[in-house]
Write a protein that binds this ligand. Structure first.
Ligand SMILES: [Zn+2]
Length: 349
């Protein structure tokens, strides 16, 4: 994800509840409590949610497997969970700040884990080290899109980054499916599978209480990363993402949105529309830039103002390819591959 410096803020109404201090929880709705954990990275926190269930809690997401994450859990265990235990862990998606401590917490609390089948499968894949051949394929993929300096991708390219910040694969007891409903303590939560940001991403919606846990699908202040690469399960993630925004925008506009980063807010439709327009703006700029054939790498300066390196460049090139592939798959751009294997995108005749 990246700061959305080019987004004009929608008129969101933020919940007037201060973020909970470390080791504390804050009630945000009937039976829903907010936990905020530090993250040792540029995106400096993640929100986790505790839902009342069976004199204890259902936990939504877990934090990154890092020393600060484990210390935050130990403090929460002492101050809150000593009297009200965890009953179940739910993962919105596979990214390490969400799923990182699932296996560690499962071992510690002896509770089941639920997540989508696609999330479990993809975690399993990412936790297996890549072969030299697979790493060579990934290098070739980025070279073909015009990235010359792969050195700065480091552990992102080899997959080692994921394995260092995820505590292992939890045992998953149940795979909630899209539109399935689950009752916890008088509340009926509907699972909504939303693609584009991560394969198998789940949101949780409580219609009568008008609460939507969005994971990373809709965030108030930054635009969730939507990336495509040569090993994506979803070959057109931007299309999946835009469809999910349409679907979520149909929910009651008075719904309280609980995002994984930033503050709870009301303004679901406005924010969904704003994120959609952000991507449509990217598509327009790319169509203009591709009057001359361009590699994905050459389009980065059209999409991003700052110079990107390392993990940010890795995400940005994936984001550029997701947009270019969306345009190619809808017939507005064509892919041109030269005899060295370099791929350029150009306006369709
Ligand atoms: Zn994510």
């Amino acid at each position: 994800m990246r700061p959305a410096s080019d987004l004009s803020p929608a008129s969101l109404s933020y919940l007037q509840v201060p973020p909970p201090a470390p080791g504390e929880i804050a009630r945000v709705s009937d039976g829903v409590h907010w936990v905020r954990f530090p993250l040792p990275m540029e995106l400096d926190h993640i929100n986790l949610w505790l839902l009342d269930h069976d004199d204890g809690f259902v936990l939504v997401d877990t934090g990154l497997a890092s020393d600060v994450g484990r210390a935050a859990w130990e403090q929460l265990e002492r101050q809150v969970l000593a009297t009200r235990p965890l009953r179940l862990i739910v993962l919105t998606h596979l990214h390490p700040d969400h799923a990182g401590l699932a296996a560690w917490l499962q071992a510690r609390h002896g509770v089941p884990v639920w997540t989508s089948q696609a999330t479990e499968r993809q975690m399993q894949r990412l936790l297996e080290p890549l072969t030299d051949e697979q790493i060579a394929e990934r290098c070739a993929f980025f070279h073909s899109h015009g990235v010359t300096d792969l050195g700065s991708f480091g552990a992102s390219l080899s997959g080692d980054r994921y394995r260092t910040v995820v505590s292992g694969l939890p045992q998953v007891a149940h795979h909630p499916r899209d539109a399935e409903e689950t009752r916890w303590e008088g509340a009926t939560w509907r699972w909504i599978e939303t693609g584009g940001h991560a394969i198998g991403h789940l949101c949780l919606h409580e219609r009568s209480r008008r609460v939507l846990i969005t994971g990373d699908q809709i965030l108030p202040a930054i635009s969730p990363n939507v990336s495509a690469n040569g090993w994506s399960v979803d070959v057109n993630p931007l299309d999946s993402y835009l469809r999910s925004l349409e679907r979520l925008a149909e929910l009651d506009p008075a719904t309280l949105v609980l995002p994984s980063h930033g503050r709870p807010f009301i303004g679901l439709r406005e924010r969904a529309l704003e994120l959609r327009n952000h991507h449509l703006g990217h598509l327009d700029r790319l169509l203009e830039a591709c009057r001359e054939p361009r590699t994905a790498s050459e389009t980065l300066r059209v999409l991003f103002r700052r110079t990107l390196t390392g993990f940010h460049l890795f995400l940005a090139i994936g984001e550029a390819i997701a947009h270019l592939e969306y345009l190619a798959r809808s017939g507005r751009l064509v892919r041109l591959t030269d005899d060295r294997g370099t791929i350029r995108y150009a306006r369709a005749a």
